[in-house]
Design a protein around this ligand. Structure first.
Ligand SMILES: [Zn+2]
Length: 42
């Protein structure tokens, strides 16, 4: 049986401009304004 990976199907929204957040390695980056949310406790 083939394993179907759909974990990255979720779309994240930028809190700054409501644009899409693209997955970049370990973090995210907004495709519109380049916003990158910080990891860890906030
Ligand atoms: Zn943005």
């Amino acid at each position: 049986m083939a394993i179907t990976q759909r974990d990255t199907d979720t779309t994240y929204r930028c809190p700054s401009c409501a644009g899409e957040l693209a997955v970049s390695y370990d973090s995210f980056e907004c495709v519109d304004c380049g916003f990158t949310p910080r990891h860890g406790s906030d």
